[in-house]
Write a protein that binds this ligand. Structure first.
Ligand code: NAD
Length: 293
């Protein structure tokens, strides 16, 4: 059996998986691979899958499966799995880091100090304590962020199509209600046809004036031009994002908008998470080998 490691995983993984067969990172051997391991970089499109006639299983190290054509894989009898639980802590901590960076002007302070400026009077901070955080997408990561925000004495609101109660957030009956009440809004829903562009000119106009938005979910949840306009007008006080229309984003108009913070899609990239992902992959491949004995 050939296992193709197509994206970046912990360096220990090839050794861990070698008990199941040959492990390679040579993408030119896709046509021989029985199992392919991807993160978000490799796009498992119809064409990609057609180039892998021996493929039986795709494992996405991480959560979002929007880079895998799941319908076509199912037609071809290819099993698709992710390592959904592993990344929760890493992404929740990153969302929190972005949230606390915005009102404390951490990046602007750092840049201005290096340029010899002393903006002690200009950089007025605000506290998270007592502010309202609205979470859109109360799943694993959204709830983990809620727990952390409660530790900072924030009031936490959420909206979810199916959830009516959680111990960690007050549930509102619509997204609009969450937008209207929140000082901070953090996105944690998957990218689906129904969620693409969900943060747009209309929904931004429903936010509290000066609200901060944090995106560690997917870039395409947000209409970039609308966000740029809202940042320029001051309607939105700041936007911190880990995710873009494409990785890397090229020349996004967001780079020229005020009060923005960017990270290069590193929400899941902690050492600890990479090790957890490896443990889950080992289990998934072990179970696959057992079933096919
Ligand atoms: P999850 O499935 O546990 O949670 C997502 C929640 O969003 C679910 O409860 C779902 O029902 C809800 N939801 C779906 N449509 C909605 C809508 N229209 N409005 C409100 N809620 C809606 O997933 P998770 O593990 O919490 O991950 C969430 C997302 O985070 C992933 O889909 C992925 O895109 C992103 N992610 C990013 C990184 C990163 O590196 N930045 C890493 C992991 C995951």
């Amino acid at each position: 059996m050939l296992i193709l490691i197509s994206d970046a995983f912990d360096e220990s993984l090839p050794n861990v998986l070698s008990k199941y067969g040959e492990v390679t990172d040579d993408k030119g051997r896709l046509n021989e691979a029985e199992i392919v391991l991807v993160r978000s970089k490799t796009k498992c499109t119809k064409e990609y899958i057609d180039g892998a006639p021996k493929l039986k299983m795709i494992i996405r190290g991480g959560v979002g499966l929007d880079n895998v054509d799941q319908e076509y894989a199912a037609q071809k009898g290819i099993i698709v799995r992710n390592t959904a639980d592993a990344s929760t802590t890493a992404v929740a901590e990153h969302a929190f880091a972005l949230m606390i960076t915005l009102p404390n002007h951490i990046t602007r302070s750092d840049q201005s100090m290096r340029q010899g400026q002393w903006l002690k009077k200009e950089l007025k901070r605000t506290e998270l304590n007592g502010k309202t955080l609205g979470i859109l997408g109360l799943g694993r990561i959204g709830l983990a962020l809620a727990v952390r925000a409660r530790g900072f004495q924030m009031r936490v609101l959420g909206w979810h199509p199916d959830v009516n109660f959680t111990d960690f957030a007050e549930i509102r009956s619509s997204m609009d209600e969450v937008l209207a009440e929140s000082d901070y809004i953090s996105l944690h829903m998957p990218l689906l046809e129904s969620t693409k562009g969900i943060i747009n000119k209309e929904t931004l106009s429903k936010c509290k004036d000066g609200a901060f938005i944090i995106n560690t979910a997917r870039g395409k949840l947000v209409v970039e031009e609308a966000m740029v306009e809202a940042l320029r007008s001051g309607k939105i006080g700041g936007y911190a994002t880990d995710v873009y229309y494409s990785d890397p984003p090229g020349q996004t108009p967001l780079f020229n908008a005020p009060n923005t913070v960017f990270t290069p899609h590193i929400g899941a990239s902690t050492k600890e998470n990479m090790l957890r992902i490896g443990v889950v992959i080992d289990r998934l491949i072990g179970a696959y080998v057992e079933r096919n004995k």
